[in-house]
Ligand binder design. Structure first.
Ligand SMILES: Cc1ncc(COP(=O)(O)O)c(C=O)c1O
Length: 387
């Protein structure tokens, strides 16, 4: 643990200082980008702790210390993207193992399971993880992992991390939580019982839509051993430059998340009363089915909102008109990003897969940025008029 991983310090202090201590060689206040592929060795078997950059790099070490501190884990391992991190997590599985996965998660996850991992004889069951009974019913003797997102993507259901952790542990399985939507600023799955926390650092952690990345934050020595080994064996690690971008991004995570949350609440309230919007999915609305759980489990409601326009045509008409909001995949950047899950993030589920989870062609997902909220609302208002 680095000295500034002190859990008694506040979140913003740890974000700015954990792993981000001044460079011991020069005093540089910003962690340097160690652009090197290898390290000179003093003699055979004698080095300064770094041998080859696929195995480790000082910029990466600093980011891994920082993210472990923010999530309250014992180690962190960064990968080239969120999907690379998820793929690394599944290298823990063996043929015949079973995974229980949320049915309403980022579409790339079931695509990886159904089109790649299935060929390795790993079994999957998809369940509505906002219903703990469904998780319990899906557990089997060979279940090794329960993987959830909360709030779910894009329907924004909230899953009870503490209850699901107990179910997983009772059956000898581990719980992994994709915490991308909330960031460690608003939700900390590890104290609630999660064994592994995963992020696409591409989103809120980096926060500026200028780099891909993924992380697994772990709680056990065998995770550390496994994932450091996977980094070395498979090589899908995060580059020093992108590690540096995330180190820079997390310094402002606390202030960004506060503003994302403030803007998110206002945009959700606006959409909720707009006559052309049929339904709004946002855990901060009192009529959200898990509003009480959201208040208990999260310290903010965040910036992710999904709303129903009624049809593909309506979604198309409004999305053609947005100007402040940018139409595109991804989320968590300072700019407001608006997307159409059925044809973008969840296209891989297919028509039937989307129908099964209640994801319609009229749904639009918005990642509310930190622009002036009046401008975001005015933009949405004029775009909705086109429907
Ligand atoms: C919640 C969530 N998890 C994981 C991923 C995958 O991350 P990446 O795009 O960095 O591979 C995404 C991507 O959109 C996501 O939204």
């Amino acid at each position: 643990m680095s000295q500034d991983a002190n859990p008694n310090r506040g979140f913003a202090t740890r974000a700015i200082h954990s792993g981000q201590e001044p460079d011991p060689a020069t005093g540089a206040v910003t962690v340097p980008i160690y652009a090197t592929s290898t390290y000179v060795q003093q003699e055979i078997g004698k080095n300064k702790g770094y041998e080859y950059a696929r195995v480790s790099n000082p910029t990466r070490t600093r980011l891994e210390e920082n993210l472990a501190a923010l999530e309250g884990g014992t180690s962190a391992h960064v990968f080239a993207s969120g999907m690379a991190a998820i793929t690394a997590m599944f290298t823990m599985m063996k043929t015949g193992d079973h995974i229980v996965c949320g049915s309403n998660v980022y579409g790339g996850v079931p695509r990886l399971f159904n089109q790649v991992l299935v060929n390795y004889g790993i079994e999957f069951t998809y369940v509505d993880t906002s219903n703990p009974n469904a998780v319990e019913a899906a557990m089997g003797p060979n279940t090794k992992l329960v993987h959830i997102e909360t709030p779910t993507n894009p329907l924004m259901d909230v899953c009870d991390i503490a209850v699901i952790a107990k179910i997983a542990h009772k059956h000898g399985a581990e719980l992994s939580v994709d915490n991308t939507f909330m960031s460690p600023y608003f939700q900390k799955p590890i104290p609630l019982g999660a064994d592994i926390v995963m992020h696409s650092t591409t989103k809120f952690l980096n926060g500026h839509s200028d780099g891909l990345g993924g992380v697994l934050v772990c709680t056990k020595p065998q995770h550390k051993e496994t994932f450091a080994f996977v980094q070395k064996c498979t090589g899908g690690i995060l580059s020093p430059f992108e590690c540096w971008l995330v180190l820079r991004g997390v310094k402002t995570l606390a202030v960004r998340m506060e503003q994302h949350d403030r803007n998110g609440r206002e945009v959700a309230a606006f959409l909720n009363t707009h006559e052309k919007v049929q339904e709004v999915f946002y855990p901060g609305l009192p009529d959200h089915p898990q509003f009480e759980l959201a208040k208990r489990q999260m310290t903010g409601f965040g910036a992710m909102i999904t709303f129903e326009t009624g049809s593909f045509e309506n979604a198309q008409k409004m999305l053609r008109k947005v100007r402040v909001c940018s139409l595109g995949e991804s989320l968590g950047g300072v700019e407001t990003l608006i997307s159409h899950p059925a044809t973008m993030t969840h296209a891989a589920l297919g028509v039937d897969g989307r129908a099964e989870i209640g994801l319609t062609d009229g749904m639009v997902r918005i990642s509310v940025g930190i622009e002036d909220v009046e401008d975001i609302i005015a933009d949405l208002d004029q775009a909705l008029e086109a429907m």
